[in-house]
Design a binder for this molecule. Sequence first.
Ligand code: ADE
Length: 248
Amino acid sequence: MIMDILTLFPAMFDGPLSESILKRAQERELLTVRRHDIRAYAPDKHHTTDDTPYGGGGGMVMMAGPLVAAIEDVRGADTSAPVILLTPQGRVFTQRVAAELAAHDRLILVCGRYEGVDERVRQAVVTDEISIGDYVLTGGELAAMIIVDAVARLIPGVLGARWGAEEDSHAMGLLEYPHYTRPPVFRGMAVPDVLLSGDHGAIARWRRREAIRRTWQRRPDMLLAADLSEDERWFLAELAEGDARAHE
Ligand code: ADE
């Protein structure tokens, strides 16, 4: 997978790309992240990329000229890769969107800065717009980094064979069950017996139920779309009934 990132601040990506799983994915050539400095496409000697908005008001707007030139040059003749503008106005990024993006061979991520980008950039070359949440960042760089991270870990091989992304929170429509490792007792708190039992069927059932319990407690909205068996629906009804009684 190739990710091309267009930004005014290429160095902002140095840290996250040079550590841990993303570093290893690049070394193993499962992932190529190329950073492109939009400023290099500004024709004037000061490399201007922003200007004051028509109609007045404060702030600066990223100019269409340098940004469209940068995108077209990076994209090249292959117009099949999505050109994604990071903006609080975009569709909200979720695990489902991450999976959708992971199916592409190449993504082009465009980081907006200042008050926004000239509307004609959208009209000319942008094919998708993504927001990472309902808050406003100083620019799209951190949002792009989050997309790189969430998509990269879905590329086959990036997480390693024994560590699939299939059981993640959100991937299966539920939050994850609680995890434990050694020691068996920490400050008087014991690991649930079933996890030490060696009974893989019982462990799988416990994990599924705890995932449902946790989702019920923290993100009940997710249960509307979760794929639950008949038994699991009964378990959920018991949880709901228990809560209702506790509130009487
Ligand atoms: N740029 C500024 N805020 C943003 C957000 N929430 N998501 C994506 N890009 C942004």
